[in-house]
Write a protein that binds this ligand. Sequence first.
Ligand SMILES: *[C@@H]1O[C@H](CO)[C@@H](O)[C@H](O)[C@H]1NC(C)=O
Ligand SMILES: *[C@@H]1O[C@H](CO)[C@@H](O)[C@H](O)[C@H]1NC(C)=O
Length: 301
Amino acid sequence: MAKQIILYFLLAGLSLSRASTVQADRSNRILEGDIAYEGQFPYAVSIQMLGPPQTTNTRGHKCSGALITLKDVVTSAVCLYDFTQTVPVPINLTQYRVFAGAILLTNDTPDRTRTISDYVIHPQYTGPPAYVNNIAVIILTMPFSSAIVKPIALPATNFAPADFTLCNVVGWGAYNRSTAYLASTQLRYSTKYVYNQDLCTRIFNSIDTSLNILPSMICAASYDLRTSNCFGDDGNTLVCNGVLTGVLSVGHNCELSNYPEIYTTLSTTWIQTISGAGQTFSHSVFTMITMFSLVQIYLSS
Ligand SMILES: *[C@@H]1O[C@H](CO)[C@@H](O)[C@H](O)[C@H]1NC(C)=O
Ligand SMILES: *[C@@H]1O[C@H](CO)[C@@H](O)[C@H](O)[C@H]1NC(C)=O
């Protein structure tokens, strides 16, 4: 235990010294995060609820995500559930839309919004409290124009950015703790560094929680180790070395926390299996891959 604490502070020290070299980046979380400029993150999308929420400046923003093709969005699986019910139920996709192609949610011209045709939740998604494989793909009814968006590259198999790699986290989640329920009309970003996986595992294993860090997860933290996530941050994308590295899985309910944030990785998930082949995502492809994986698991056991 003592050893663990020493390690933790050693890492904290390292991260602070790293921070001093990046003074320009004042803020380090979406809460109080920096405002993105137009075109800075051309893959960023906002998943929005239709109906009355659309009359607000934040347009019913529920979650963020990233385009991996012109019509496929990666986000967290939790974003496809309605948690206002006693038992979370999958969302009714006809009541949601996807916005992309601008930083301002109010800039929602028809070319910047798309309806959802389908979504696929990772077949081994466990839900709370373990949040294993908290990742999903949303398929749009019509692709966005390449003139206004640019999909982000998927990582190579087993892509594992080195500890302390600086990454961007992007999203429209809440930006002011005193109005935590309010998403940001403007796209915001912050810089995080990749947290040592073993240390992250030990930290989460040492506390009384059902969360275990698995290889399908990657931890990231702010320079000052005061990480935070708030409403609307689910599905925030972690981009390291120019590739989509993770989607926010577990944050800290708007509180500042010493614990790192947990992102679902893309490199070891099922998305990787079908990336790069230029296929159109569809249920049948996913079902085929899932069946194939199950057969492999069965044969090898
Ligand atoms: C989904 O929403 C639409 C439009 O509000 C409604 O007509 C439909 O019945 C809903 N489907 C389910 C399964 O609730
Ligand atoms: C957050 O909201 C409070 C109260 O409305 C305001 O005084 C403060 O300036 C806001 N902070 C930021 C960073 O916008």
